[in-house]
Design a protein around this ligand. Structure first.
Ligand SMILES: NC(=O)c1ccc[n+]([C@@H]2O[C@H](COP(=O)([O-])OP(=O)(O)OC[C@H]3O[C@@H](n4cnc5c(N)ncnc54)[C@H](OP(=O)(O)O)[C@@H]3O)[C@@H](O)[C@H]2O)c1
Length: 271
């Protein structure tokens, strides 16, 4: 049987890179896309791996990467919409340009990539679209306004698309990681302005809470394995939590009302 093909965004590092390596080890063809293909030398050296340029905010690069995947492997069986980053901090301290970039990358980029790839999946009457959301798409927390906004959007997008793409034989799945040990937090933009004195107590409490929370993260291999399971389990299962932290938070949220939710998050952040 011919090898299947996975197409991954943001494969230069972290979850995307680990996922590319795992699928390759499992015998798949891998289209490992990234903003700077020079960063993908070790992946490019592997059999059945095509490293190609794709910046999710550059439509032409998406079209070119999908065309290169079609040329090389004929089609795409699984799309992993993984590329993303975080803009955290005070809204008043965040440039509108940063807000745009956050939504352009995590939301518009995901939609633009999916739009291009499902054209091939519709032709082939099959496929799986796997969106890397976050537990931050289920629970909002202080100073997460921009990032939470994008990941809540990914939840709604994934649910709605699930109905639409069933019509063409494509299943949509959603990955919801908790804290995963990657470059994510180092790459995160954090916006503060000490002259906004009213907020500085909150900023300090946020820092302390995040330090505590990040002690209980999960190895990136678990995220890659979960994505592989979602791609291959043949089921209609939709949400896949990653990490004991994400599972515990999801369990705490189940069945509580808004007021209980705000009280719970306030206690976690010492507010
Ligand atoms: N780590 C966590 O705790 C965590 C938890 C929940 C969800 N997630 C989600 O998991 C996904 C992967 O993050 P990660 O943890 O693996 O972080 P990471 O190590 O920082 O990797 C992020 C990847 O996204 C790429 N990327 C950023 N902007 C891009 C753009 N415009 N076009 C194409 N690629 C772009 C980066 O490429 P460059 O190398 O070019 O910057 C990098 O390959 C993200 O969607 C993130 O929101 C992460």
């Amino acid at each position: 049987m011919a090898a299947k093909t996975v197409f991954i965004t943001g494969s230069s590092a972290g979850i995307g890179k680990a996922t590319a390596i795992l699928f390759q080890q499992q015998g798949w063809n891998v289209v490992a896309t990234m903003r700077s293909p020079d960063a993908g030398g070790d992946l490019a050296a592997l059999d059945r791996v095509l490293v190609t340029k794709l910046d999710v905010i550059d439509e032409a690069s998406i079209a070119a990467a999908v065309a290169a995947a079609e040329d090389k492997f004929g089609g795409i069986d699984v799309l992993v919409n993984n590329a993303g980053f975080g803009v955290y901090g005070l809204l008043e301290a965040t440039a509108v340009e940063s807000i745009r970039k956050q939504f352009e990358t995590n939301v518009v980029g995901l939609l633009a990539t999916t739009k291009e790839v499902v054209r091939l999946m519709r032709r082939d009457k099959s496929g799986v679209v796997i969106n890397v959301g976050s537990i931050a798409g289920k629970m909002a927390y202080p100073l997460g306004t921009m990032y939470n906004g994008t990941k809540f959007a990914v939840e709604g997008i994934s649910e709605a698309l699930r109905f639409e793409l069933r019509e063409i034989g494509v299943r949509v799945k959603l990955i919801e990681p908790g804290i995963i040990y990657t470059n994510f937090f180092a790459a995160t933009e954090f916006n503060n302005d000490p002259s906004l004195v009213e907020y500085q107590g909150l900023v300090a409490k946020f820092g302390a809470a995040m330090e505590e929370v990040s002690k209980h993260g999960t190895d990136v291999s678990v995220a890659a394995e979960t994505i592989y399971t979602a791609a291959t389990d043949g089921s209609d299962h939709f949400r896949y939590l990653v990490g004991e932290d994400a599972k515990a938070w999801a369990a705490q949220l189940a069945g509580i009302d808004n007021e209980e939710y705000f009280a719970h998050i306030s206690s976690v952040f010492g507010l």
